[in-house]
Write a protein that binds this ligand. Structure first.
Ligand code: UD1
Length: 361
C-alpha cells in the first residue's frame, strides 16, 4: 500500500507515531511517506518530538509556518497538492483537529484520494473553536474514521456518517504513552527542576479563547497566588509566551519554563500533584495516569475524561484556579473511598495495531 501521513503540530506527532510504526512493520514493502507541514517549527515543538518518538525524518517539509487560519490552511493545501500528485497514495492519514488536518483532508478529497482520520468523532459543540470546524470537515470527508471513545459514535451518527466508516480502535496517544512509560518514569524531570514529586501543579495553557485576550492577565495573577501554596510549573507554549510579554510576575514558586520534550513533559505529568490545562491531549493522558486534572474551559470534546477519568471542568474563568486546593482535598477523599478508576476501554497501547488490522485487512 502507498500511505501518506500528514502531520504538522506537536500533538499530531504523538498521535501518529505509533500508527506509522505499526503500518511500516506490518507492510514493509509498502510506501510510507511522511509530510511535515511545518505548522509547528520551533525545535522544541517539532524535531525534539519526532526524535524522541522514533519517527523517521519526514520525506517532505512544507515549511508553512504561522499565519492567519486562512493563510496557514491555504499554504498547506497549495504545497501539499503537488506532493499528492507525485506520490499518488492509496490513502492520506491525518490525525487530530489542527489546521494541518483540515488542509490535508480537503486537498486529498478534492484529488479523489481516500482519507483516514485518527481521533475521529470528538465534538465540543463550540463552533468558535477552530478545532471544532477542523474536526467536522475532516470527519465528513474521511473514508476511514478511527474512534477512541463511545461518544464519538453518537456524535458521528447524529451527523449522518454511515456506521461502516467508523472503527473503534482506541487511543493512539495512549499507545505512545505506554510505549514510553519506562523511559519517562526514569527521566526525573521534577528533580532537575528542584520540585518534589506529588507537590506541584503542572500548567499548560495555549488556546486563543484564554491566551489571546484579557483573561490571560488574570490567569497569571491567579497562578502567582496558587504558587504561594504549592510550586507551579508552567512550560509556556510559544503562542502564550508572545501574549504574556510584560505580564510575567515576580512570584517565587511560579516556574515559567520553555516548552519541554515529550519524555520530560510526561515525567512531570506523572509526578504532578495536580494539572491545570486547556489542552485536549493532556485531559486524556491524566485520565490514563490517574492524575487530578482541572480544565480551564467551558466545554470539552472529551467527556469520557470527566466520566471515566480524573478531569474536572473549571469553566473559562481564571478565578476558578483559586478553587483548586479545595477541590483537591475533596477529590482525594473521594478517591480514597471510591472504586479505583479504570482507563476507558481500548486505551491500552494497542490502538495503532487495530488501525493496521483495519487498513491492511
Ligand atoms: C495549534 C492548534 C491547536 C493545538 C496546538 C497544540 C490549530 C488551529 N491550532 O495551536 O489545536 O492544540 O497547536 O500545540 O491548528 N508558534 C511559534 N513556534 C511554533 C509554533 C507556533 O512561535 O513552532 C507561535 C506563533 O506565534 C504562532 C502561534 O504560536 O503564530 C500559534 O501557532 P498555531 O500553529 O497557529 O497554533 P497553536 O496555538 O500552536
Amino acid at each position: 500500500m502507498r500511505i501518506l501521513y500528514v502531520v504538522g503540530t506537536r500533538p499530531n506527532f504523538v498521535k501518529t507515531a505509533p500508527v506509522i510504526g505499526a503500518l511500516r512493520e506490518r507492510d514493509p514493502e509498502g510506501r510510507h511517506a511522511i509530510v511535515h507541514t511545518g505548522q509547528h517549527y520551533d525545535r522544541l515543538m517539532s524535531e525534539v518530538f519526532l526524535e524522541e518518538l522514533g519517527v523517521p525524518a519526514p520525506d517532505y517539509m512544507l515549511e508553512v509556518g504561522s499565519g492567519s487560519h486562512a493563510a496557514q490552511t491555504a499554504k498547506t493545501m497549495e504545497r501539499l497538492e503537488p506532493v499528492l500528485a507525485d506520490e499518488r497514495p492509496d490513502l492520506v492519514m491525518v490525525p487530530g483537529d489542527v489546521n494541518s488536518t483540515l488542509a490535508a483532508a480537503l486537498t486529498a478529497v478534492k484529488m479523489g484520494i481516500p482519507v483516514a482520520h485518527i481521533e475521529s468523532g470528538l465534538r465540543s459543540f463550540d463552533m468558535t473553536m477552530p478545532e471544532e470546524v477542523n474536526r467536522i470537515v475532516a470527519d465528513r470527508f474521511s473514508e476511514w474514521l478511527f474512534l477512541h471513545s463511545p461518544e464519538a459514535v453518537t456524535n458521528l451518527e447524529a451527523e449522518g456518517i454511515p456506521g461502516e466508516r467508523m472503527h473503534m480502535v482506541g487511543n493512539t496517544m495512549i499507545d505512545t504513552l505506554v510505549a514510553l512509560e519506562g523511559r519517562f518514569r526514569a527521566a526525573g524531570a521534577a528533580a532537575r527542576l528542584g520540585v518534589e514529586p506529588g507537590s506541584y501543579a503542572l500548567v499548560t495553557l495555549h488556546r486563543p479563547a484564554l491566551v489571546d485576550g484579557p483573561l490571560l492577565g488574570e490567569t497569571v495573577a491567579q497562578l502567582a497566588a496558587l504558587a504561594q501554596q504549592r510550586p507551579v510549573v508552567f512550560p509556556v507554549h510559544p503562542r502564550t509566551r508572545k501574549m504574556m510579554e510584560g505580564l510575567e510576575p515576580d512570584a517565587p514558586g511560579l516556574h515559567l519554563i520553555e516548552p519541554l520534550g515529550y519524555l520530560d513533559f510526561l515525567s512531570l505529568l506523572a509526578d504532578a500533584g495536580a494539572v491545570l490545562t486547556d489542552s485536549g491531549g493532556i485531559q486524556e493522558e491524566t485520565t490514563y495516569l490517574g492524575i487530578p486534572c482541572f480544565t480551564l474551559r467551558d466545554n470539552t470534546e472529551r467527556p469520557v475524561t470527566l466520566t471515566s477519568g480524573t478531569n474536572t471542568l473549571l469553566g473559562l474563568d481564571p478565578a476558578a484556579i483559586g478553587r483548586i486546593p479545595g477541590l483537591l482535598t475533596e477529590r482525594s477523599e473521594a478517591f480514597r473511598t471510591g472504586a479505583p478508576l479504570q482507563p476507558p476501554p481500548l486505551w491500552d497501547g494497542q490502538a495503532a495495531q487495530r488501525i493496521a488490522d483495519v487498513i491492511l485487512g
